[in-house]
Design a protein around this ligand. Structure first.
Ligand code: NAD
Length: 282
């Protein structure tokens, strides 16, 4: 069998949030497929550092560009730079996203004892933090898609890959804004796949299960002991493979959805979750 991802060689990919933990693993996979890559991250310095490091390790063409997925002007500016340095954009990965402690309830399920102090419940959530987590994950997928896919329209070919999450299918406790936003990402993935199907652009998503990264370390690890928190242990117990994922576990599904190997696939969300979404918990 030929290399099923051969068509990716030389294609120009933009990955938002690409300087993060999962982004880095995806960047490495795209570099191995000999794609040209722009890491577009709000942390421009880190994006440049990561780009230089992976380029040094692999010899691939990788640049780091500062871009805020919530600011259209910043995205337009990044696109100009990417076009000038790498050429026209073939692939967009919407990777920027995450949760925030201020949009997280302390208690999982309310009980009568919580009625005296609502601060740890849904009623104590800060609406501004709720908005900002929702916006980062949802609008932060919509806006970059508006800006970075226009070259694909001209080429009548292109791929968008959104990074959703397990909590898009069933919400996890404590994180209502993040769950609602990722659910919206799935819905938008299907909507846009239909909208763009006749102009040659495919739109899909992956839904990672549980990976320990900066955004969730405070929830799944016990800082003092270095062991799993009760929540971290619960996740492992509910993941049939019995472990957290490694960022490299996302690479196969990603390259598959980016390449012509999936040329008749659009509008799907692939769980990469060690079986979590298949398990009823008993
Ligand atoms: P991470 O925090 O390591 O990386 C996120 C990156 O996004 C960072 O480099 C950050 O600088 C960047 N970013 C934040 N705000 C931005 C903005 N406004 N504009 C541009 N860039 C911005 O997180 P990660 O775990 O690598 O997450 C990557 C994606 O995977 C996110 O969409 C996340 O929701 C999703 N995800 C993660 C997990 C997990 O277990 N870690 C599970 C499911 C889904």
């Amino acid at each position: 069998m030929n290399n099923p991802f051969e068509d990716l060689r030389g294609k120009v990919a933009v990955i938002t949030g690409g300087a993060g933990v999962l982004g880095l693993s995806i960047v490495k996979a795209m570099a191995a497929a000999e794609m040209k890559i722009a890491i577009a991250d709000i942390n421009g310095l880190l994006a440049e550092e990561v780009a230089a490091k992976v380029a040094g390790e692999t010899g691939a063409s990788i640049i780091g560009v500062e871009a805020n997925v919530l600011n259209r002007e910043s995205l337009e500016k990044a696109k100009e730079e990417i076009n000038a340095r790498l050429g026209s954009i073939d692939v967009l990965i919407n990777g920027a996203g995450g949760n925030h402690p201020n949009a997280t309830t302390r208690v999982e399920q309310m009980e009568d004892k919580d009625l005296d102090d609502l601060s740890g419940t849904f009623y104590g959530l800060d609406p501004a933090s709720f908005d900002s987590v929702f916006a980062l994950n949802f609008k932060g997928t919509v806006l970059p898609t508006m800006v970075f896919t226009t070259d694909m329209l001209n080429n009548h070919k292109g791929v968008v890959l959104n990074i959703s999450s397990m909590n898009s299918f069933k919400p996890l406790t404590k994180i209502p804004a993040y769950s609602a936003a990722k659910s919206s990402v799935n819905n938008f993935t299907q909507w846009l796949a239909v909208h763009l199907a006749k102009v040659g652009i495919r739109v899909n998503a992956i839904a990672p299960g549980f990976f320990i990264t900066n955004q969730n370390r405070f929830l799944v690890m016990d800082e003092k002991t270095g062991n799993y928190s009760a929540r971290g242990q619960k996740i492992v117990n509910n993941t049939p493979m019995g472990k957290f994922g490694e960022p490299e576990d996302l690479q196969g599904a990603t390259l598959f959805l980016l390449s012509d190997a999936s040329s008749f696939i659009t509008g799907i969300v692939i769980p990469v979750d060690g079986g979590y979404s298949a398990f009823g918990g008993v």
